[in-house]
Design a protein around this ligand. Structure first.
Ligand code: KIV
Ligand code: ZN
Length: 514
């Protein structure tokens, strides 16, 4: 039986990046874009080119690298925004300009301070301008779910007449509920005369935890594009989670007869990569990609699953690319087997990256009896993510315990290619370590979050540390993993600091202080 297609529009690199602290550099965006393309996402929104030179270059780089998916850039309604977006998308095989303006009374009055008729004209002018650059134009009615119906119908009709091929009705503030949003989309199908000339898209935020439910309700009303992000990353409470939309449509085809082109078996890898790059951990009970999403703790459930997995599993862990915790290899495994294992896990790395990762694998296998897939994935992600870092971890020795008056940390870092060493004290080993990092780099940043969790079971498990740093209102996240919690802490802090440096460079290039 043939099912109707729903297009998946991923905005991890644009709306996802708007999460405080989730900024990504060009290299990281390209890496995520390649995974999204491999997953067969239909449209990848790569960024907001007018926002900064860094954003412009990142969209350009994604446009250059991605061959199959449509690459999209965001633009407000001004000519300057739209032309800059088109310039960034120039190298794309298939490029889309996504232009938007607010249409709700509240936004028009207070945010835009524009009369509705001026907004209406801006809709026509912006879409017309975008069409001079490409045939693929999406128009969004920002705060669409709180827009008056008559005005929304007029704007949608005008945007289609001006040449928009996709019309997006965002629930910008995550305010709507499924039935209401369903009826809104149905209302547009009933009232806009040229609605059949465009694809209707939905874009839901998760402020009330309803983003996925609202998106699915809209699909049932006729929407055929869903905008979403990996891990539900996004402004405030985030956007609709791609993995939840895809798996809901797949698992409940009996109720929702639609399909996407997404290769669901790549979901786990995409989730992990986005989490490592952004430093945003995935909550353990998160649907589809949380560590507990397929874990059965209670005896009754375990017994049922052993007798027949379907008793408590509505989808298999394998269908989202989750493999049973596998013993990878021991310390005697060779480079060839290591490379093959990486391929198996979906990583195709260059020789240098494989060599570096192999060295770290050998170190890990020396310290840890059993090396699992999770360990290997963390190690490789760490290696690739840190490839272009200005600050690199070299070594650490910490003296702590009850017999010393003050804990000390002796730390070596490579900063801009030069190895530097220092000794610092602190109230506890973590404080001493972070003081040492500050001595070798900068100390204007403030630690906001410090979290430790075990990657796998066992007392020799690697610790995964997550850190959030803040400076002048800007936040960044960092992650690091190691069997030694303090080394993992150092890696996480340095990871966050490298991101902060990129942020600083975007505003005012500055040398490191030490
Ligand atoms: O949430 C929103 O309204 C948006 C638009 C720019 C599409 O992100
Ligand atoms: Zn949004």
């Amino acid at each position: 039986m043939a099912f109707e297609r729903v297009l998946i529009f991923d905005t991890t690199l644009r709306d996802g990046e708007q999460s405080p602290g989730a900024s990504m550099n060009q290299h990281e965006k390209v890496r995520i874009a390649k995974i999204l393309e491999e997953m067969r996402v239909d449209i990848i929104e790569a960024g907001f080119p007018i926002a900064s030179q860094g954003d412009f270059e990142a969209v350009q780089a994604v446009a250059r690298e991605v061959k199959e998916a449509v690459v999209c850039g965001l633009a407000r309604s001004s000519k300057g925004d739209i032309d800059r977006c088109a310039e960034a998308l120039a190298p794309a095989k298939r490029g889309r300009i996504h232009t938007f303006i607010s249409t709700s009374p509240l936004h028009m009055k207070f945010k835009l301070q524009m009369e509705p008729e001026v907004v209406y004209q801006a809709v026509i002018d912006s879409v017309t301008r975008a069409r001079t650059h490409t045939d693929d134009v999406e128009w969004s009615a920002e705060d669409g779910s709180r827009t008056e119906h008559d005005f929304l119908c007029r704007c949608v009709e005008a945007a289609i007449r001006a040449g928009a091929t996709t019309i997006n009705i965002p629930d910008t503030v995550g305010y709507t509920v499924p039935e209401e949003y369903h009826d809104l989309i149905k209302m547009l199908f009933n009232r806009v005369p040229n609605i059949d000339k465009a694809i209707i898209s939905v874009h839901c935020h998760n402020d009330l935890g309803l983003a996925v439910a609202n998106s699915l309700a809209a699909v049932q009303a006729g929407a055929r594009q869903v905008e979403c992000t990996i891990n539900g990353l996004g402004e405030r409470a985030g956007n609709a989670a791609l993995e939840e939309i895809v798996m809901a449509l797949r698992t409940r085809k009996d109720y929702m007869p639609f399909e996407t082109a997404v290769r669901a078996e790549l979901i786990t890898r995409a989730s992990h990569t986005v989490s490592t790059i952004t430093g945003f951990p995935v909550q353990p009970n998160k649907a589809i990609v949380g560590a507990n999403a397929f874990a059965h703790e209670s005896g009754i459930h375990q017994d049922g699953v052993l007798k027949n997995a379907q008793t408590y599993e509505i989808m298999t862990p394998e269908s989202v690319g989750l493999k049973k915790s596998n013993l990878v290899m021991g310390k005697h495994s060779g480079r060839h087997a290591f490379r093959e294992k990486l391929k198996d896990l979906g990583y195709v790395l260059g020789d240098n990256a494989v060599n570096e990762a192999f060295k770290r694998f050998k170190d890990l296998a020396d310290k840890k009896k059993d090396v699992y897939d999770e360990d290997l994935i963390a190690l490789v992600d760490d290696e690739v993510v840190r490839e272009n870092d200005r600050i690199k971890f070299v070594s650490l020795e910490v003296v702590c315990g009850t017999k010393v008056a003050r804990q000390t940390a002796e730390l070596e870092l490579e900063v801009d290619g030069v190895v530097k060493k220092t000794l610092a004290t602190g109230d506890g080993p973590v404080d001493a370590l972070f003081n040492a990092i500050k001595q070798l780099t900068t100390d204007t940043q403030h630690l906001q979050i410090y979290q430790v969790q075990a990657l796998t079971g066992g007392t020799d498990a690697q610790a995964e540390v997550t850190i959030r740093l803040e400076e002048a209102g800007k936040t960044v996240m960092g992650q690091g993993a190691d069997t030694d919690t303090l080394v993992a802490s150092a890696r996480a802090y340095i990871n966050a600091l490298n991101k902060l440096l990129v942020k600083r460079e975007r505003t005012a290039p500055a040398a490191l202080s030490a």
